[in-house]
Design a protein around this ligand. Structure first.
Ligand code: ZN
Ligand code: FE
Length: 254
């Protein structure tokens, strides 16, 4: 039976720990120390490292972890990943037999150009592409690329659990409420997230269905969202990609 739990790192990163019995894999270990502590605490053997993109807060622990545990490192083929042993790209599969787990690799460019996500066991590990009620900044890719990547993730089943790499949900909801003040599901989520944060709990995983109902970046086709984006941009937006670009620029300049 697969168990997934967050290892908090830095200020707001989550390194996701995937456990089955005494075996474990980690997604995006930006720091080795908290991973080593979690392995020791639960008496776990590390069997794999999985990376979504090349930023240091996601791969910074690879070298130290593989010095101690020489395990396979899966990561985006088109990015420089420390200690990478298994470069993967859109359409590939990652087999982690010790966890009885198979993950499908999805190419999701936008935050970075080679960014990938992993989908399996009804779970999505999306790095810095999709966040709770938000999405990653466009450091390397275009708005059109990110829009297409998010739309692809939104086609996954509604009950897919969404494991994002940062705890950004509360701040994202403040922005989303400006975009869609009348969205009742968003109001409910705001209350739920406030309660979780007050209790010191993570707001993740969410689900694809919840993101589709509340995340403005997945709702560019909704009349209320496109009207809000057009009003803020002060121009007519031709299509959903234009709405996405306007929303991303709006949030960037908050
Ligand atoms: Zn990043
Ligand atoms: Fe990050």
């Amino acid at each position: 039976m697969l168990h997934i739990e967050p290892i908090p790192a830095f200020r707001d990163n989550y390194i996701w720990l995937l456990k089955n019995g005494r075996r474990a894999a980690v997604v995006d270990p930006g720091d080795a120390q908290p991973v080593l502590e979690a392995l020791r605490r639960d008496d776990l053997t590390l069997v794999a490292i999985v990376n979504t993109h090349h930023h240091a807060d996601h791969v910074g622990g690879n070298a130290a972890l593989t010095r101690i545990h020489p395990v396979p490192v899966y990561g985006p083929a088109r990015e420089p990943i420390p200690a990478l042993t298994h470069p993967v790209d859109n359409g590939d599969q990652v087999q982690i037999p010790q966890l009885d787990l198979v993950l499908s690799v999805l190419g999701v460019p936008g935050h970075t150009l080679g960014h990938i996500a992993y989908y399996g066991a009804n779970s999505l590990f999306c790095g810095d592409t999709l966040f709770g009620c938000g999405c990653g900044r466009l450091f390397e890719g275009t708005a059109a690329q990110m829009h297409a990547s998010l739309n692809a993730l939104a086609t996954l089943p509604d009950d897919t659990r969404v494991y994002c790499a940062h705890e950004y949900t509360a701040a994202n909801i403040r922005f989303a409420r400006q975009v869609e003040p009348d969205n009742a599901a968003l109001k409910d989520r705001e209350a739920m997230v406030a309660a979780l944060r007050a209790a010191g709990q993570p707001t993740l995983p969410s689900t694809v269905g919840l993101e589709r109902r509340t995340n403005p970046f997945l709702r560019c086709g909704e009349p209320a969202v496109s009207a809000s984006a057009a009003r803020h941009a002060g121009t007519v937006l031709a299509d959903t990609a234009g709405v996405f670009a306007a929303l991303r620029a709006w949030k960037d300049h908050q």
